[in-house]
Design a protein around this ligand. Structure first.
Ligand code: 13P
Length: 256
């Protein structure tokens, strides 16, 4: 299976800054066949960057989009409009869930809309600090995972990437504790067990599972070695070119 290194730029960089960053990143990277390097700029930068990017080296992801393909939905961008522009879309990020009130039902529609438009969904799931403290992690993971996939036909579930991002480990969260490899391994096991139970062993094995939350050059190697982890979803560190490149090179070393 490929390794995925995904940079989520969140609400950072002007279009010009994003273009300069991409230019430098393209120059810094060889073409790593077994690593998919993906960056997720703001929606406004996606189209210009799609003209600039060399897709053999780097692919683009949306950070969010709307599930209807057209209509009276002021302010939204549809997955149908991102066809040919973005290859991936992050969906259900905790910032979408907790700041913008997205629930599993809406997220499920977005996952289905992405697939319908040939965009690979990166479905983010993860428990908050208090959910973990109350022993609810397994339930939250199951609800967000199975809920998020509920609108996808069974034979399309293998088109999804799952990202485990414990909310308490995200650098912008109040606590921002670093997850240990053991904590991650336990939840990744749970994710695959749930997938196996609902969709069967083959699908459970085929779905890439990424980890995200305060990933940096210092911990990327250890996180990539966690059994069942197929890549990383990176916020803060992906904004610093040298750190992002360092993480990609670590991924390359870890694989070989
Ligand atoms: P940080 O890497 O800044 O913790 O962000 C993680 C994240 O939310 C990526 O989607």
């Amino acid at each position: 299976m490929k390794t995925y290194i995904v940079g989520n730029w969140k609400l950072n960089f002007t279009v010009g800054e994003a273009s300069i960053y991409l230019h430098k990143l393209l120059k810094a990277l060889p073409n790593y066949r077994d690593i998919d390097v993906v960056v997720a700029p703001s929606t406004i930068a996606l189209q210009p960057l799609s003209l600039q990017v060399d897709r053999h080296k780097i692919k683009l992801a949306a950070q969010n989009a709307f599930y209807r393909d057209y209509g009276a939905f002021t302010g939204e961008t549809a997955f149908s409009q991102l066809r040919g522009v973005a290859d991936y879309s992050i969906i259900g990020h905790s910032e979408r869930r907790y700041i913008f009130g997205e629930d599993d039902k809406m997220i499920a529609k977005k996952v289905a809309a992405a697939i319908r438009n040939r965009i690979t969904p990166i479905l983010c799931i993860g428990e908050t600090e208090s959910e973990r403290a109350f022993g609810e992690t397994a339930d939250v993971i199951r609800d967000q995972l199975i809920g998020g996939l509920s609108e996808v036909a069974d034979d399309n579930v293998d088109k999804v990437i799952v990202a485990y991002e414990p909310v308490w480990a995200i650098s912008s969260s109040k606590v921002a504790k670093m997850a240990t490899p053991d904590e991650i391994a336990e939840v990744v096991k749970l994710i695959r067990a749930n997938l196996k139970e609902v969709y069967g062993e083959k699908t459970a094995k085929e779905i890439p599972v990424l980890f995200g939350g305060s990933v940096s050059p210092a911990n990327a190697g250890a996180y990539l070695m966690v059994p069942g982890v197929n890549g990383l979803l990176i916020g803060g560190s992906s904004l610093i070119l040298s750190e992002f490149v360092d993480i990609i090179e670590t991924a390359k070393r870890t694989r070989s």
